[in-house]
Design a protein around this ligand. Sequence first.
Ligand code: XBP
Ligand code: MG
Length: 262
Amino acid sequence: MLRALIFDVDGTLADTERHGHRVAFNRAFAEARLNWVWDESLYGDLLAVSGGKERIRHFITVYHPETPCGQGELDAFIEDLHAAKTRHYLSLLETGGIPARPGVLRLIEEAKAAELVLAIATTATAENVEAMLSGWFGAEALRWFELIAAGDIVSNKKPASDIYEYVLAKLSLDATDCLAFEDSENGLRSALGAGIPTLVTVNDYTIGQDFTGALLVTDHLGEPELPLTCLSEAPWKPFGLVDIDALRRLHENWTREKIEQP
Ligand code: XBP
Ligand code: MG
């Protein structure tokens, strides 16, 4: 039975990467007087590494191995740089706001009304997620989510399945009673690794990725005035938008197939 919806944040709830995180990283670099600039194309490549601190470390290893730090110093340097990046990201959220992707606010409201458990599974920093959700819905929205699992709460970030396994364990949920929402191949691998059937809503950065195993791939969740486009072959496709009825039917279908072909 469908009991819970577990959402990724970056790229799924909102297009945060190109005009949000990327800009915040660049502001932190400039503030630290580093002449590093992550343009949109380079940032697309760097997104292969989940997690802001991990992304900075990867960038240093590949592009600036000369960065003069001992191992302990490098950890502290990355920690400080990332803290500045988080500060810039939060101020971007506060000033400009980052709009939710089509269908996201609607579906969260519908899921709440249907008394489904709501949870978040993200590699990003918890403060970012909390600021985004409370910016959209008001501070009480944080209580709508049974669990916000974020950032360094697990040691292995996506595509490892740790963050989804953490959510399942914390909420005593069976993977087969949940649906996950992701936007990237790394996220899909993470959720599928935990055994959770997963819908993918692609974005500009992820559209070419391999979504084999996804329950459904669409361009977004759809709104009455902005119907979604289905990008995958699915035995049952939502018409126009993903709502609770569509999710229950997709989930039932998946469960039936699993029983027929275990
Ligand atoms: C999101 C990320 C995050 C953000 C940056 O991946 O990789 O690292 O880009 O956030 P996913 P922080 O959507 O798969 O969870 O800098 O706060 O880590
Ligand atoms: Mg994502």
